[in-house]
Design a protein around this ligand. Structure first.
Ligand SMILES: NC(=O)c1ccc[n+]([C@@H]2O[C@H](COP(=O)([O-])OP(=O)(O)OC[C@H]3O[C@@H](n4cnc5c(N)ncnc54)[C@H](O)[C@@H]3O)[C@@H](O)[C@H]2O)c1
Length: 262
């Protein structure tokens, strides 16, 4: 008989859930009945997403959290657990990028980019690790980037942080596998969110970017969220330590364009 697999009913903490990919993840998880806690620098945005999730019939909780602050993460763990009843999943989608161009490295913002994009994921998993291990089917997902797999010279700290996030994911997969906690990363390409869209204001810049995508378009944040939801579900019960690319083929083609497009 085929076993029917689904989603655990445990709660999920989603950082960066006020906007873009994080918000889409929270809503996608609420759609399958998972309680969600939204942590974001933007407290009002977090509250709005939590309200949207509550309207789907799940417990939800919002907190204004700057994930670069270790104390704030540690202090918010208990209220979040109390609000959700359990935590069996983490999605670290909070992120920031700083351009270094024309300098070769963004010296002044290096620390904060690494703290937000990389260290925070480790701290959040650390504060919830015993709770994750208690709950069967627990899993964590770090939202990395194609910049976790290839380099981008304009955003060196971002590139380093996303490569690091994939490394941390593999370390967690190794460390936590025996206790039943899976750890994966998702590597989005070009997603239509408030992080990317303001960089495409020049006439024709969106079209030029889309030309570099084999699928010929940007993605909607929901297309990333559905992959995250899968990774947090029992459908992905043997998937751990993976970096799943969601990029419409950008890294597969390595930026090459077909002759008829050039
Ligand atoms: N949009 C893309 O094309 C793209 C591509 C690859 C990877 N990503 C990654 O996806 C993740 C989500 O990005 P997005 O595109 O949805 O951007 P977004 O700007 O829509 O959302 C990012 C969210 O993170 C929050 N945030 C930023 N710093 C924070 C901090 N210190 N503490 C708490 N919250 C903080 C912001 O308030 C915002 O709500 C990021 O990690 C980003 O690097 C995005």
């Amino acid at each position: 008989m085929t076993e029917r697999l689904g989603s655990p009913s445990t709660g999920v903490v989603v950082t960066g859930g006020a906007s873009g990919i994080g918000r889409a993840c929270a809503v996608a998880l609420a759609e399958v009945g998972r309680p969600v806690a939204i942590w974001d620098l933007d407290g009002d945005g977090a509250a709005a997403t939590a309200q949207q999730c509550a309207e789907l019939g799940v417990k939800s909780h919002a907190a204004a959290v700057d994930v670069s602050e270790r104390d704030r993460i540690e202090n918010e763990a208990e209220p979040t657990l109390t609000a959700l009843g359990s935590v069996g999943g983490i999605v670290h989608a909070a992120g920031m990028a700083r351009r270094a161009f024309p300098a070769v490295m963004d010296v002044d913002t290096w620390d904060v980019v690494l703290e937000v994009n990389l260290r925070a994921h480790g701290l959040i998993v650390s504060v919830f690790v015993e709770e994750l291990q208690r709950n069967p089917g627990s899993a964590v997902v770090g939202i990395a980037s194609i910049e976790g797999l290839i380099g981008h010279g304009a955003v060196p700290s971002y590139t380093a942080s996303k490569h690091g996030l994939i490394g941390l994911t593999r370390a967690f997969a190794h460390r936590l596998g025996r206790s039943g906690v899976r750890a994966n990363a998702v590597c989005p390409g070009y997603i239509a969110t408030p992080m990317l869209l303001p960089t495409l204001t020049e006439p024709g810049s969106r079209e030029r970017l889309e030309q570099t995508v084999p699928m010929g378009r940007l993605a909607e944040p929901e297309e990333v969220a559905r992959v995250v939801r899968f990774l947090l579900s029992d459908e992905a019960s043997y998937v751990t330590g993976a970096a799943i690319v969601v990029d419409g083929g950008v890294t597969a083609a390595g930026g090459q364009q077909l002759p008829e497009l050039t």
